[in-house]
Design a protein around this ligand. Structure first.
Ligand code: NAD
Ligand code: IPM
Ligand code: MN
Length: 369
């Protein structure tokens, strides 16, 4: 019997609420497939800072080091609450970026997916959505402005200044380019390379390496698009995109825009892959505005479980089943309130009820051979 050890980082805000629903699904997957998941909850984020004095405590590092995969809930506090924590101990700088760096999870897959039948969730008109939205954003996750050198200080005249550097070397670009081309090869064989080479030298190098790597994938057509224009096309014609690759900061912003065109960030799961370790998390944050109300959409967290089943445990069919179970809850007319639009006839359910319905739908699907 297979046994996988999974570190569970519940996180902050809605994190524990949506993690609970993900755990229900994991428990059922284990039972149905006669495998065992060793699920180890371990503190991470602002809650860990208040409990243990550090947002990424040593005990959590150890659990993550030993785990076969990591499932992470969102971290972070509201802007006001965050100010109560020293800047370098805030969970983004003190936990999330160190997690990404520790496991070198350079390849961040952020699917932006809405089948045609659920087009009513999107703020875009049906004629713009056409057959649905199906984009894979591939975001470089351990380079660029996030990890470049930083300096703050004062000039001789007492003027405060800050310097942050956008750094990439060709090896960092090459490895994410390969991931992107390989993904495009398995999909529609079109890769949209998102850049800003009319201003940024980093994009000039980025594009040169994309061209070089592309020679090894002659069947993949590359379309180069400036990032600002890409933001517009995402709204006006999302169907023109399939696989998109971009540097860290562009990917942060465009993937949230992806959540916007779907209708909610609650529809945005993600996978963060390194060569030796992977972690899975919703693309969104801890949603302080709705935390503690049992109304968050757990799709992003359960979708992250589906990505983990496929990408870390090779359970491709069961992963499909989890996606299918979630889609069927929507198809039956139910949703959490984030996807309920004025005048829509969606039947509103809470976080727990959504998880229960996913579990019931999954139980009804055949167990993979
Ligand atoms: P957010 O993503 O938390 O929320 C933006 C909006 O989306 C809010 O209205 C929220 O209610 C809604 N939303 C997000 N997830 C939802 C879900 N599952 N169901 C229903 N609605 C959902 O962004 P923010 O408010 O700018 O940030 C809050 C905190 O989260 C900040 O501290 C930020 O740094 C942190 N953050 C963490 C991560 C992460 O852990 N990877 C990602 C993004 C933001
Ligand atoms: C994300 C988040 C993080 C990022 C923050 C919380 C550091 O916005 O995962 O998209 O900017 O990468
Ligand atoms: Mn973000």
């Amino acid at each position: 019997m297979s046994n996988f050890k999974i570190a569970l980082l519940d996180g902050d805000g809605i994190g524990p609420e949506i993690m609970r629903e993900a755990v229900k699904v994991l428990d059922l997957v284990a039972e149905r497939n006669n495998i065992s998941f060793d699920l180890i909850h371990t503190p991470f984020g602002a809650s860990a800072y208040f409990e243990c004095g550090h947002p990424f405590p040593e005990q959590t590092q150890k659990v993550c080091d030993e785990a076969d995969a990591i499932l992470k809930g969102p971290i972070g506090l509201s802007h006001e609450e965050s100010q109560k924590i020293p800047v370098d101990m805030q969970p983004e700088r003190g936990a999330l970026l160190p997690l990404r760096r520790r496991y070198n999870t350079y390849a961040n897959f952020r699917p932006v997916f809405l089948p045609k039948g659920l087009a009513h969730f999107s703020p875009l008109k049906p004629e713009i959505i056409g057959d649905g939205i199906d984009i894979m954003i591939i975001r470089e996750l351990v380079g660029g402005l996030y990890f470049g050198e930083k300096e703050t200080g004062k000039t001789a005249d007492g003027i405060r200044y800050v310097k942050e550097t956008l750094e990439y070397d060709e090896n960092q670009i090459r490895r994410i380019a390969k991931v992107a081309f390989e993904t495009a090869q398995k999909r529609k064989k079109v890769l949209h390379n998102i850049h800003k080479s009319n201003v940024l030298k980093s994009s000039v190098l980025w594009n040169a390496v994309i061209d070089e790597v592309g020679k090894d994938y002659p069947d993949v057509k590359v379309e180069n698009i400036l990032v600002d224009a890409a933001a517009t096309y995402l709204c006006l014609n999302p169907g023109r995109f399939d696989v998109m690759v971009m540097e860290n900061m562009f990917g942060d912003i465009l993937s949230d825009q992806g959540g916007g065109i779907l209708g909610s960030l609650g529809l945005m799961p993600s996978a963060c892959l390194g060569d030796d370790k992977a972690y899975y998390e919703p693309s969104h944050g801890s949603a302080p505005d709705i935390a503690g109300k049992n109304i968050a959409n757990p799709y992003s967290m359960i979708g992250s479980v589906a990505m983990m089943l496929e990408m870390s445990f090779n359970m491709t069919q069961e992963s499909r089943n989890v996606w299918h179970a979630m889609q069927s809850v929507f198809a039956d007319g139910y949703s959490t309130p984030d996807l309920s639009r004025p005048g829509s006839d969606v039947k509103m359910i809470d976080t727990q009820a959504f998880g229960d319905r996913v579990v019931a739908a999954l139980k009804a699907l055949p167990i993979p051979a």
